[in-house]
Design a binder for this molecule. Sequence first.
Ligand SMILES: NC(=O)c1ccc[n+]([C@@H]2O[C@H](COP(=O)([O-])OP(=O)(O)OC[C@H]3O[C@@H](n4cnc5c(N)ncnc54)[C@H](OP(=O)(O)O)[C@@H]3O)[C@@H](O)[C@H]2O)c1
Length: 263
Amino acid sequence: MNLGIAGKTALVSAASRGIGKAIAIGMAKEGANLVICARNEAGLRQTAKEIESAYSVKILPIIADLTKGSEIKSLIQETIDHFGWIDILVTNAGGPPSGPSLSFSDQDWEYAMILNLLSTVRLCREVIPIMKKQGWGRIVNMVSIAAKQPLENMVLSNSIRAAVLGLAKTLSQEVAHENILINSICPGWILTDRLVSIVKKRAETHGKTYEKELAELTADIPIKRCGTPEEVANLAIFLASERASYITGTTIQVDGGLVHGLL
Ligand SMILES: NC(=O)c1ccc[n+]([C@@H]2O[C@H](COP(=O)([O-])OP(=O)(O)OC[C@H]3O[C@@H](n4cnc5c(N)ncnc54)[C@H](OP(=O)(O)O)[C@@H]3O)[C@@H](O)[C@H]2O)c1
């Protein structure tokens, strides 16, 4: 299938590692030019180098902390200065910490809201006016199955991810007639650095080994394994493509069957 995104400009936030990096690589394979961001310069440059040497696309790595409004503004401005437009936006970020629900302070809650909700608001607020001028745009939000089915010890994610879905659905209805399509992906357990640290923390809490904890987590997944970042990326790239032209306002799990609900 020709996805029709060769030559388009895709901004993938938080893309030096994990799911964001896999999405950036998938976009590059399809011939999209890229802007990627993260906080750590060495990791970001390394990822940009890997992509640049493997695919013949243009890639602009920009150091940006998604919890800072001014850095999101500069990220968008630098993208426009360099490429002239933004066709595809993938709103990815780091995840909030896990822990007992009542252990988090106001500051923890504020940080999680800024990292996962406000960063999505800010990215969309900057990018949608650009997409309106172009008359074409695709936004894919990286959320979590926590928005659909609360996860143990993850109250920040369980609460704030649901708000991102509310934002995405609202925006999708407002801009669909301008050919700007907005969809959200809810990954289940995907084997990345983040999952390794979550499982290590759970293992410590439960007094188990990392291997035992991972095996128990996997046993609950109907497919009986964790997902790979590439398996999430495959859906993100399709939703960002020309071929997904009649899909907007949806929320799709990539979770090996982990969510038990019907919707
Ligand atoms: N892995 C899973 O099982 C899973 C499941 C459901 C949802 N998710 C969600 O999917 C997203 C990606 O997860 P992942 O597993 O790929 O995480 P990861 O492996 O920890 O990678 C996180 C990426 O985000 C960047 N990042 C983190 N905080 C940032 C910030 N404030 N500003 C800019 N970049 C930032 C990191 O680079 P720097 O550290 O250099 O900034 C890195 O490139 C997270 O929101 C996570 O909660 C993951």
